[in-house]
Write a protein that binds this ligand. Structure first.
Ligand code: FMN
Length: 389
């Protein structure tokens, strides 16, 4: 298969991505942590939730548009922040933003982006940009970054709380794909045997911008992704606390969201701190290998805070029916990480946009087949836990 538009689903996009990318990059995107229990649980968990179709409902007109943090979007989906998307394709983060704009959904730029948010905003002026913060040890530098994101046009700030240290991903170490990247004979062979990626991504990016770096690090601390960060000051703060959230609340005038929440108490605390939303997330089953599937903890969190906060969720969303399930269990919308990355690897901005279009089309089909003309019809009566687990 050569044309990304000929792909029918995420399986085919993922297979195309796997052919295009060196193994090190593909596994960095695709896999979980340690023994990958959480990743397997994730797939099971979605299957255990079932939709109960209502019949004899007029679904001739269906609408999956929604409003999240005051802006209308074409579907209840946000492209999740993913570090180093610029290693998947040249200008990867720009391509993501362009795909998001085409699909009419927001794109959340990562702190560990290869492309700076200013360039993303300039090259994708239609995109609704959010910014994800890894809060550095040096509070003043972290706050400077927040101001920078705001000045560049980010509308929503997402603080990631679930990654105070790098998770144990042994395959990355074996592949030399840690931070910093570790050049090796095995890695060199991996890259040489994927010449399309080598030429169109690595060489092109290096020719245009030099060796890739984390674009949001202050210049004095910025180093190539092949070299270790030179200062503890820009490592993620292990001492992060609710006081930091209070400080961010004062600093950030727009919607402020906490990402990586899996407990009702934490969601309540976020509400008490004046946050606007939470993302119920296990980081795509990439961090705590014993973490529950977010879809399973979503109902309690949505019950507790859903009337006051915008509850988003992610981890393992692959099909439109998954989006329908998340909404039926109380989410306002979902984030997707791997899905658009596979699409972008498979076919650049067109590929990522195609991945989002497939998801939207599947959501509309699910709505038709379950008797839901609009997203508000996706409620608790639509969903049940399988009786045959
Ligand atoms: C390659 C990759 C890099 C990621 N980097 C970040 C990151 O820098 N910050 C963050 O908050 N989440 C990061 N995530 C997690 C995503 O934001 C999101 O929570 C997760 O991908 C959702 O699961 P899904 O990939 O199954 O859709 C990353 C995920 C992937 C796959």
């Amino acid at each position: 298969m050569t044309d990304v538009f000929a792909t029918l689903n995420y399986h085919e996009l993922r297979a195309m991505a796997q052919r295009f990318l060196p193994r090190g990059v593909f596994e960095y995107i695709d896999r979980g942590s340690e023994d990958e229990h959480a990743l397997r649980e994730l797939a099971q968990a979605w299957r255990h939730w079932q939709l109960r179709p209502q019949v004899m409902v007029d679904v001739a007109q269906r609408d999956c548009s929604t409003t999240i943090f005051g802006r209308q979007q074409a579907s209840p989906v946000v492209i999740a922040p993913t570090a180093m998307a610029g290693l998947v394709r040249h200008n990867g983060e720009v391509l993501m933003a362009q795909a998001a704009a085409q699909a009419g959904v927001p794109f959340c730029v990562a702190t560990q982006s290869i492309t700076p948010i200013e360039r993303i905003a300039a090259m994708a002026p239609e995109a609704d940009l959010w910014f994800q913060l890894y809060h550095w040890e040096d509070r003043a530098l972290a706050h400077d970054l927040v101001r920078r994101a705001h000045d560049a046009g980010a509308r929503v700030l997402v603080l990631t709380a679930d990654t105070v240290i790098a998770a144990n991903r042994e395959y990355n170490t074996r592949n030399g794909f840690g931070i910093p990247l570790q050049p090796s004979v095995r890695g060199a062979w991996d890259v040489l045997s994927h010449p399309r990626w080598l030429v169109s991504t690595l060489l092109r990016s290096s020719l245009c911008d030099g060796v890739p770096t984390f674009a949001h690090y202050p210049p004095e601390f910025r180093s190539a992704v092949t070299r270790p960060s030179i200062s503890k000051r820009i490592q993620v703060a292990q001492s992060l606390s609710w006081d930091d959230i209070a400080a961010l609340r004062k600093l950030w005038p727009g919607p402020l969201v906490l990402k990586g929440v899996l407990r009702v108490e934490d969601a309540r605390r976020a509400m008490d701190c004046g946050l606007d939303g939470v993302v119920v997330s296990s980081h795509g089953a990439r961090n705590v290998d014993s973490a529950p599937a977010p879809i399973d903890v979503l109902p309690d969190i949505a019950d507790a805070v859903g009337k006051h906060l915008t509850v988003l969720m992610d981890s393992g969303v692959r099909r439109g029916s998954d989006v329908a399930k998340a909404l039926a269990l109380g989410a306002r919308g979902v984030m997707v990480g791997r899905l658009p990355l596979w699409g972008m690897a498979a076919g650049g901005a067109r590929g990522a946009a195609h991945a989002l279009a497939l998801l939207r089309q599947e959501l509309l089909s699910t709505m038709a087949l379950t008797g839901c003309p609009s997203l508000s019809a996706l409620d608790a009566t639509l969903i049940q836990k399988s009786l045959t687990q």
